[in-house]
Write a protein that binds this ligand. Sequence first.
Ligand code: COA
Length: 151
Amino acid sequence: MKSENTYRTANAFDLPVFVSLDKELFPYSPWSASQYKEEFSSPTRHFVVAEDEAKNIIGYAGVFAPGGAEADVLTVGVIPSHRGKGIARHLMALITDWAKQQGSTAMMLEVKVDNLEAIGLYESLGYSKLNTRKDYFGSGLDALVMRLELP
Ligand SMILES: CC(C)(COP(=O)(O)OP(=O)(O)OC[C@H]1O[C@@H](n2cnc3c(N)ncnc32)[C@H](O)[C@@H]1OP(=O)(O)O)[C@@H](O)C(=O)NCCC(=O)NCCS
């Protein structure tokens, strides 16, 4: 039987899952519960989740969109067992649509220079490489800055 994933806006009850998945997916820069709490309460931030049929969170994404300016992709991650099925692409579409509704003119993000899966994802969505930021994720962890103009 084909598995059906669903997507929805995140809420405060999801916070512990975000914190725990961050440790697994972003061991070099996980956010704490208090960071997520602050982010979730901000009207300029929007977080979405993907769930499997059993309503387990299998992926998430977040964006900062301050209005008529550039939006920043804050995070996107999918658990290893569910990768390669278009889930990140769908999550990115949801946060991009939300940013557009806020009047954002472009999407920006920073990604670790050796994160080829994520760079592949962003390039497939039309993002272009702008420049690199040395030590952005910590000592020796450089970031590639990428940007997508919004229509
Ligand atoms: C990056 C990540 C979010 C991709 O999630 P995913 O659900 O597997 O991605 P999708 O299935 O939606 O793939 C969409 C596109 O991304 C690209 N892509 C995905 N995995 C890739 C890989 N391993 N290598 C190269 N490109 C890849 C492809 O272009 C793909 O399109 P295609 O399937 O039509 O070829 C996932 O690998 C992940 O969670 N990584 C760890 C967390 C992370 O690094 N997040 C990014 C932080 S900046």
